[in-house]
Design a protein around this ligand. Sequence first.
Ligand code: HEM
Length: 430
Amino acid sequence: MIGAIDLVNSTTRNSNAANSHRKDTAGDKPGRSVEPGWYGADPLTMDLKSNPHDAYRQLREQQPVNLTPAGDWRLSRYADIQQLLKHSNSGVRDTRGRIPEESQEDSDNSKFMLRLDPPDHDRIRNLVTKAFTPRALAAMRPAIEPLVSGELDRISACGTMDVVADLALTVPAASMCAMLGVPFQDRHELTELVSLATYRLAKLAIPDMQEQADAALFKLGSYMYALIEERRRRPTDDILSLLVQAEEAGERLSNDELLQQSIGLLIAGLETTIGLIANGMLCFSRHPDQFEKLAADPTLVHSAVEECLRFEPSVPVTRRILWEDTEFGGVTLPADAIVYAVIIGANRDPAVFSQPDRFDIARNEARHCSFGGGIHFCLGSHLARMNAEIAFLAMAQRFRDFHADDSQLQWAPSLFRIPGRLPATFKCRA
Ligand code: HEM
């Protein structure tokens, strides 16, 4: 997921790397050589938020193992992405243990699991997984559902809504409060801090926001520190308490690790889930027959969530750094190459999905790539799915003739693909 950010960061680098890669690798080794280019999908000049799919189809068709003019690589075929994420010798840091675009010192201080390789990654992930038990998640559902119902009660008389403010934000905000065991009234302050702190990950791409992002991160750190201390003194039954107590073979998270995981979880979970719900409602608006199908058969909600994740993913790319020369589709990429897995392209790969541009909530095919893969596969996937199920079912059961106004859709100033505003109209079901 951090890859979405880094792809934009890396294209801003002033680099001659593309030509050197071409000479050093694909040209010299067995396998095809590649001509650097954007091949229809240039993240700097094109509106890849509004119109991504044609662009990434062109990329997949013209140069599936793509060398960008910035010197990085992009894979857009499903099979290549599975190979990269699950079977290649690669990680999220280079062979010297450095996170690309960051100093050695910043890399050494970075302890969120998505920025770590084994063995630290595995030790921390194992501990955090202990807090994300099915039981802990199931216990959150009754806390979230009434809050969503309350929000929909509030808007149902109007016949109009902003899908983001009135639904997509409410659900992850409610689950964030339940995770931390804080009152729902704190959600506005908390979501604002988390949204601002997210810009911290995009130092190069959005430099103007860095002062605000740093201030937000500092405040969030103090807030979480106080909360963690409180949970140490008086454990409750929320996920934060489980995280504080998580222990395996006598190992616990250090204070710094604990703080970074707690903040990282909020950052990893908020915008991504807003995107899933808002993009999903946009799909339902564009395909009203599918909305009615869900209303008529609520058991379809699981496959409906998967189809929304596949069709309009909120995290378009993730990435790995190769630790040895590796071949993808006849092209050999060198050790230390930065390789982006173009999730949004792979999710519509016709080699894997029949009629990939058709939105079908009853589809039952291969798993999409929207939660990444391998050892970094999204730890919050079950929570994200549960949140989206609550949101889509509540909407389909209450409302009909749901229509989101595409012309009023505003993308959030986020590096993910997330609506910031999406006005819609609806009628209440009898
Ligand atoms: C629709 C919502 C979400 C999407 C699309 C999403 C997507 C992703 C992606 C693409 C990755 C990177 C995987 C890789 O590089 O292989 C990731 C990792 C991660 N996600 Fe999510 N995510 C979502 C929600 C959440 C939630 C709700 C949480 C927790 C509250 C969460 C926690 C994490 C964590 C901890 C990681 C890092 C796992 C690791 O490094 O081992 N995510 N997510």
